[in-house]
Ligand binder design. Sequence first.
Ligand code: ADP
Length: 528
Amino acid sequence: ESEKQHRRLFETMSQGVIYQAADGKIISANPASEKILGISLEQMQGKTSMDPRWKMITEDGENVSGFEHPSMVALRTGEKFGPVVRGIYLPERDEYVWLSITATPLFRPGEDRPFQSYAVFDDITIKKQHEDEIKKQQKLIKTVLNKLPIGIAINTIESKPKVELVNDNFAKIYGIKKEELPTVESFWEAVYEDEAFRKEIKNRVLSDVKSGDPKRMQWHDIPITKNGEVVKYVSAQNIALEDHGLIISTVMDSTERKLAEVELVKAKEKAQESDRLKSAFLANLSHEFRTPMNAILGFSQLLKQPRFTGEQKEHFIATIESSGQRMLNLISDIVDISKIESGQLDVSKSIVNIHDSMLYVYDILMPEFNEKKPQVSLRLNMPSGVITLETDKEKLHSVLINLISNAQKFTNKGSVEFGFKVDNGMLVFFVKDSGIGIPKDLQQRIFDRFFQVNTSLSSGHEGSGLGLSIAKAFVELLGGKIWLESEPERGTTFYFTIPVQKPVKASPESKPDEYSQLIQTSDINPVI
Ligand code: ADP
């Protein structure tokens, strides 16, 4: 009865079953195996796994030798082998049928070597084809995701969201490793170093998703910082897939765009500022011209009147002269500016004795200090000896005179000291005052055309706001740099360099003349 039942099962089951003897020869095969393998029992009987017509491969496409067929392994080892997936070549159909095979050894009582084995197998060809198809699709999706020029991350919507998928670019944009992203929390930790900002981001994500408003899911230019400094801007678009409980984040590195935007805003502000300054300048200019012009016309009228004494008239003439001078200065500033603007400034170089130049500037300005600011002393401080340099003398004088005149204008007591030092083979000129100083935030802007510091301390000073922009253009034209150090109410020091072809050294043979020695001593009374 049992034999009958066993046979019925063997004949009708949908799995294939093949019995093999200890030497590997096939003894019997059920109808299902005939169907699955497409060959009859007669074709199989008596053959062994070593038969060259059996072609078996693994899932990776590697050939499996007859010796390694599952039944042979079970016979050799005496142990159950499988389930394993193997492909069997069907020559009639010229294709592989894919099987999931388990081979089991059979023992006679009391024997330790199997006398037979049987292999049970399912036809999984269709399942495998589906699996292969899915694998192919997954591979394609992965490749596409990684090739996309944007970063993509998919995470779950829950209180502790998990990261489901991250593409290469996502990790690259944020400068992190994919392994650092098991959860969204760990991603935030890795990316946002500021805790308060991290919290803000976290709250925003959750509330934005809840709102369902696509606009709120668009994030522009989120700053990414390293040690407190912004190193990158990132823009993101989150897409909620509520039915799947997922959020897709697409991100782009927007640093370049953001910086360009910042530059653009700066340029716009600068253009507006310059425009505003220009209008102010024009208004100022007419005022600047009108004041000395009125003085010239007014005092010329008075000169015609006989009732004034000779001494009074001399005073009128002096005022007319200084007003004329002021107008001339203004005109020459405007001419310089227009030359700078149109790129028509010429450099006329000659060999300049710097020592003489400094004395020349001192001589020109000294009387003005005596006259206008006797309480401020002018000092010249420079190394002794002869230093010559090939540069544009007029421009060098003009820069120095400009800086010293400014220093005088903005200093009410103390001193204005100027001169130069030899530093690392370079000539560094300086003009140092003990005046009102310049607030830090305005220290760069004072070089802008038309810019004047507008404080109660500096109000009431004449000027067009052009001097320093001209000085800067001149210094740069001569190949140097200009900068300043200043502290409000303590004073200001302007520095500028003039490059030299050969390193400069004060020549040892040259003897400083008495005049310059006298001026060098720092406690010298400036009225020579
Ligand atoms: P201005 O003709 O107004 O002097 P400048 O371009 O020479 O024009 O200077 C611009 C502004 O810079 C001045 O109006 C003044 O506010 C400030 N400034 C220049 N030099 C000094 C200085 N030595 N001390 C304080 N403020 C200064």
